[in-house]
Design a binder for this molecule. Structure first.
Ligand code: ATP
Length: 275
């Protein structure tokens, strides 16, 4: 089963550039800056692009302000977005005015107001609120197949036909469950397990321990894609950073499964591209 796709050239370059500007922001003379805000269960990520849609700065913070795709700590979320905004403004020497944000599949009617208020409360003018799969696909640029976003709290499944999202689902299994399994197996606290899991040097050793959870995620994917003529799966979301996860999913779903080099920042960058 192939797991690397040359069509990710744009995505991989964009993410590589973004990783660089997280470490070292680029001060530019851009007339406008576009900020993508990804309010996740595990991380809040801000991605800033210049007028040519090139990454100039980025920041992220581990936070528990969103649960199952819904904002549960409104004040906390606003405070963190405001702090990250200020941090980036100091580094860029410019005020950030415009931002877009995204919602997980299926939560639009329930939570769009809360997310909008978090973004505005942090001092941004909100230009767009879009769904996460559409954001991810601005970077992946696929026409047909399933985008599977395995984040912290949930797994989002979106099916695309001719470049349009035709089906979405969000299931409450994600990286947090992976960390809980690691915590149990290694007798670590959740925080220790989270750090251990994110360290790429431990991935090979962890995979046998995590295989049952990956298989569970695969069965969830299967349940959603089987009604559609899905030929390929594209993985995004921080949990897909786990080395080898794509091979297990490909085997369990019997579908070619591709992932970009760093699947974690695809959605935040896609949000910024839509700003
Ligand atoms: P959700 O999409 O569920 O709202 P989120 O947007 O916060 O959550 P992401 O930022 O896509 O989700 O991913 C966060 C998850 O990715 C966390 O569980 C984190 O532990 C996991 N993760 C991040 N980096 C790695 C890594 N290098 N290896 C394994 N897991 C990782």
């Amino acid at each position: 089963m192939p797991t690397v796709n040359s069509a990710f050239a744009y995505c991989d370059q964009l993410v590589r550039d973004f990783e660089q500007v997280i470490a070292r922001p680029v001060r530019s003379e851009s007339s406008v800056y576009y900020t993508g805000i990804d309010l996740g269960t595990a991380y809040i990520v801000l991605a800033v692009l210049d007028e040519n849609y090139r990454p100039v700065a980025g920041a992220y913070r581990f936070a528990h302000v969103v649960k199952d795709g819904m904002v549960v700590d409104y004040i906390g979320a606003m405070r963190i977005v405001k702090e990250l905004k200020q941090e980036l403004e100091e580094k860029l020497g410019r005020e950030l005015l415009y931002a877009a944000a995204a919602l997980p599949p299926g939560t639009f009617a329930l939570d769009s107001g809360a997310i909008k208020h978090v973004v505005q409360g942090a001092g941004f003018e909100i230009t767009k609120l879009l769904d996460e799969p559409t954001a991810a696909n601005a970077v992946l640029q696929i026409r047909d197949g399933a985008i599977v976003d395995i984040g912290g709290g949930t797994t989002g499944i979106a099916i695309l036909r001719d470049g349009e999202v035709i089906y979405v689902a969000d299931e409450p299994t994600g990286g947090t469950h992976f960390s809980l399994v690691v915590a149990g197996a290694y007798k670590l606290s959740f925080e220790e397990a989270e750090l251990y899991k994110r360290d790429a040097r431990n991935h090979r050793e962890l995979m046998p321990v995590l295989r049952p959870v990956v298989e569970k995620v695969s069965s969830i994917i299967n349940r959603h894609v089987r009604e559609y003529p899905v030929q390929e799966i594209y993985l995004v979301g921080g949990t897909c950073c786990l080395a080898g996860i794509e091979t297990i999913i490909a085997k369990q779903t019997n579908l070619p499964t591709y992932k970009p080099q760093n699947p974690m920042f695809v959605t935040p960058l896609g949000i910024a591209l839509n700003c």
